[in-house]
Design a protein around this ligand. Structure first.
Ligand SMILES: [Fe+2]
Ligand SMILES: [Fe+2]
Length: 295
């Protein structure tokens, strides 16, 4: 039987970043299923409807789900003929419009071409890389042409969610110099986020990387100086954390492509959201708490 897993593991922050509430359908029933589900949840993909391998063939002929927006299929599952299943899905009234992301064992270029001819939008060879899988899924979901009703709904939701990304008092450490710089960092992230939503993030990518490597790095230096001044006991650990960010940022700069791909944009978005904003919210506020305790 189909197993419904409603948004398990989604943090409020993830829901805010990927507010479209898309649903992925995955067709596979082995260890791979758990890996894919875990990867998608980790990156905030909304809901996953898993269909057991034994009923895949039947489901593909009579696709009755209303809320699916993407199909992920394992083309090497021994329990069904994936090529027949894809052909059926592409004939079905409800399923024909859905993008299909195939995953499989072969890594030669011909399999991707063959599957694209059949109607699959994309193909990922195993072993599955979490970041690549999530990037492709998000890219397909974003590229899908929604009908007017869904579009309006998404636009309204997106607008609301963008507003939610605004600076709020909970970010404050209570140390004005630090808070002002954090405010600017979040403002720039918001700008990237808003542009990406309109499909205009590519033009901002280089400026955003430059911002991270100038403003954010100098912010780290200022913050470390303040920590020294107030005798913050966790300074070494905190400094190490800043170094981690610098290392990751260097790899982004080294791999920089002009123009960036959608995946590049998504990666930098996730990196700043998952690392930097998380760092501000969790680690930097500890400096503020210490400062207050010493007054
Ligand atoms: Fe900071
Ligand atoms: Fe910090």
């Amino acid at each position: 039987m189909a197993l419904k897993i409603p948004g398990v593991g989604l943090s409020e922050e993830e829901k805010r970043i990927y507010p479209m509430g898309k649903i992925a359908l995955m067709i596979s029933l082995d260890m791979l299923r758990f890996k894919v589900e875990k990867a998608l949840r980790q990156f905030g993909i909304s809901e996953i409807q898993t269909i057991g391998a034994k009923i895949v063939a039947l489901t593909s002929k009579n696709f009755t789900y209303n809320d699916i927006e993407l199909i992920i299929i394992d083309v090497d599952s021994p329990d069904f003929n994936a090529y027949e299943v894809i052909a059926n899905l592409k004939k079905g009234i409800k399923s024909a419009i859905l993008p299909i992301l195939a995953i499989g064992n072969r890594s030669d270029a011909s399999i991707a071409t063959q599957l694209k001819t059949l109607g699959c939008e994309d193909y990922i060879p195993k072993p599955i890389d979490d970041m690549i899988l999530s990037s492709k899924v998000l890219q397909l979901l974003r590229e899908r042409k929604p009908n007017t009703e869904i579009k309006t709904h998404i636009e309204e939701k997106s607008k609301l969610e963008t507003l939610k990304l605004a600076w709020h008092a909970e970010f404050e450490t209570g140390i004005q110099a630090i808070d002002e710089e954090h405010h600017e960092i979040i403002k720039q992230y918001q700008k990237l986020y808003a542009l990406m939503k309109d499909g205009l993030g590519h033009d901002f990518y280089e400026d955003f990387l430059a911002f991270l490597s100038s403003y954010v790095i100098s912010h780290f230096e200022n913050e470390e100086r303040i920590q020294q001044e107030i005798g913050y006991p966790q300074m070494d650990v905190h400094k190490h954390s800043h170094s981690e960010f610098k290392e990751k940022l260097t790899s982004f700069i080294q791999d920089k492509k002009v123009p960036p791909s959608n995946q590049d944009l998504l990666k930098i978005n996730l990196f700043v959201k998952d690392w930097l904003i998380h760092h501000i919210y969790v680690e930097d506020r500890k400096i503020g708490a210490y400062y207050k305790s010493q007054k």
